[in-house]
Design a protein around this ligand. Structure first.
Ligand code: SAM
Ligand code: SF4
Length: 469
């Protein structure tokens, strides 16, 4: 049994990262057992779930739409805030009851929670119905661990607190036939003081550019229209691997594959170079959408957060992108109630939001994470103050996202139609180049195509439109 250790997880040994290939030599031990994967958290987890499904399908397991019908249930978890934990622990309670009536049911945990010492201790002592746990750094070990569980009936906990390898060619069963996630960099070395990711996802390690480009070439051959390059900080791409090959070079090389739409998330302002801004503005198939987390508008708080930029530097980059990238949409992440945040600091955040007029934002109340430096800071903010600030911030954010959407009214824009609208089953839905969700009057034959859509109405979080020839 291998359990995680947060102190080891923090170490950065400068060991050479191993680049290996997925071991596909596993017997088809699935025997048509049914599996169900539930995903929590960010796009990286969504993509990891696609790999979980890919590996299971390769070994002869079959997917189940209905959780009650599954023989294996995997929770691919997120640790970013406490409420992500609560959801998983709450659901484990439900699964405990399910296991009472279905003794053969196997429950597994993957994802960031699997890398937390406190979670594993909890699972060992209180959640004895969890049959296996696999950490983020060796998801490729899913099948051997599951096989061991099935063969021996013994619980398997395999979580390593080392920096992680780069494993290529893990089978992927993608959610969409038109839009694909592609990892470019794993882990994070930024150590923002509030954030658990550098501990749960290991050191920053880039995939080799030729592996990324080859993956995208295959996706183009398979008819994919859109690729989103993924990483906790995509702008740091290449720093750990090359002397002079950065995200700017990668965007150019991936754009050369002919993929119709190229996106990337998430950007960190610190690593964002002029060359990157130029590539985004010069290449037609690099989409004009940038998610650029601000976190706070107060220099004092940014310093306490270890974000490595000032508001002035953020604004300079922000303006540069707005100036150079035509019809850009810029969204952000903001945390309120970080330890020591005064009303004045919060007002500085509102000020910068009023200045930037973001097209959208994810806003969060600060949630202390075990063993992170911020969790040890004493000047904590009362929950009701955090909630009040969150509420006030959201009002301003919504005002600007409404304004940004309203600017699209009556325009004809290109949309990649991705499926049936969740709002109205007689409509389809899709995304504009600048990443706005549109519910579209038009028939199902449009799904999978990039089409012209006239925007007929705007809401806070979506647009309405109709297909035009
Ligand atoms: N790597 C990205 C970055 O640096 O911007 C995003 C990482 S995280 C998955 C997404 C967002 O969660 C962060 O940008 C931050 O706003 C928020 N977040 C992270 N840790 C948090 C915490 N302890 N409490 C509240 N929000 C948090
Ligand atoms: Fe977390 Fe900061 Fe790394 Fe983003 S850059 S994953 S917020 S430590």
């Amino acid at each position: 049994m291998k359990v995680p250790n947060m102190i080891d997880a923090k170490k950065r040994h400068q060991n050479k990262i191993n680049y290996t290939n997925y071991n596909n030599d596993i017997d088809k031990f699935g025997n048509n057992r049914k599996f169900y994967v539930r995903t929590y958290g960010c796009q990286m987890n969504e993509h990891d779930s696609e790999k979980i499904r890919g590996m299971l399908l390769n070994a002869g397991f079959i997917p189940s739409e209905d959780i009650n019908d599954a023989d294996i249930i995997i929770l691919n978890t997120c640790a970013i805030r406490e409420n992500a934990h609560d959801k998983v622990f709450g659901f484990l309670g439900v699964l405990k009851h399910m296991k009472k009536t279905n003794k053969e049911l196997i429950v597994g945990i993957t994802g960031c929670m699997a890398q937390e010492e406190v979670v594993i201790n909890n699972i060992l002592n209180k959640y004895k119905h969890v049959d296996f746990v696999i950490g983020t750094n060796h998801l490729d070990r899913l099948l051997p661990v599951l096989k061991e569980k099935i063969d021996t009936k013994k619980r398997q906990i395999e979580v390593l607190s080392y920096e992680g390898d780069v494993v290529e060619n893990i089978p992927v069963n993608r959610d969409s036939k038109y839009s694909a996630w592609v990892d470019i960099i794993y882990g994070c070395d930024k150590f923002c003081t509030y954030c658990i990711v550098p501990y749960t996802r290991g050191t920053q390690r880039s995939r080799r550019h030729e592996d990324i480009v080859n993956e995208v070439k295959e996706l183009v051959k398979d008819g994919y229209k859109e690729v989103t390059l993924l990483g906790q900080n995509v702008n740091a791409y290449g720093k750990d691997l090359y002397k002079d090959y950065t995200l700017a070079n990668l965007l150019n090389d991936v754009a050369d594959t002919g993929i119709e739409r190229l996106r990337f998330v998430t950007s960190h302002p610190w690593d964002f170079t002029d060359e990157m801004v130029d590539v985004i503005s010069n290449r037609d198939n690099v989409m004009p959408y940038i998610h650029l987390p601000l976190q706070s508008g107060s220099n004092k708080i940014l310093k306490l957060m270890n974000r490595r930029y000032t508001t002035e530097e953020y604004l300079k980059l922000y303006r540069q992108i707005r100036e150079k990238v035509k019809d850009s949409s810029i969204t952000t992440d903001i945390i309120v109630g970080f330890p020591g945040e005064t009303e004045e600091d919060f007002n500085e955040t509102l000020k910068i939001v009023n200045e930037c007029k973001f097209d959208g934002a994810f806003t969060f109340a600060y949630s202390p994470r075990e063993n992170t430096p911020a969790a040890k800071m004493s000047d904590t903010i009362a929950e009701e103050v955090k909630m009040d600030r969150l509420h006030r911030l959201n009002e301003v954010i919504n005002k600007y996202s409404n304004e940004s959407n309203r600017k699209m009214l009556n325009k004809v824009v290109k949309c990649l139609v991705t499926g049936i609208s969740e709002k109205d089953e007689n409509k389809v839905c899709g995304y504009t180049e600048n990443m706005k969700l549109v519910n579209i009057k038009g028939d199902k034959s449009l799904i999978g195509k990039i089409v012209n859509v006239k925007i007929t109405d705007t809401k806070s979080f979506s647009l309405d439109g109709e297909y035009v020839e």
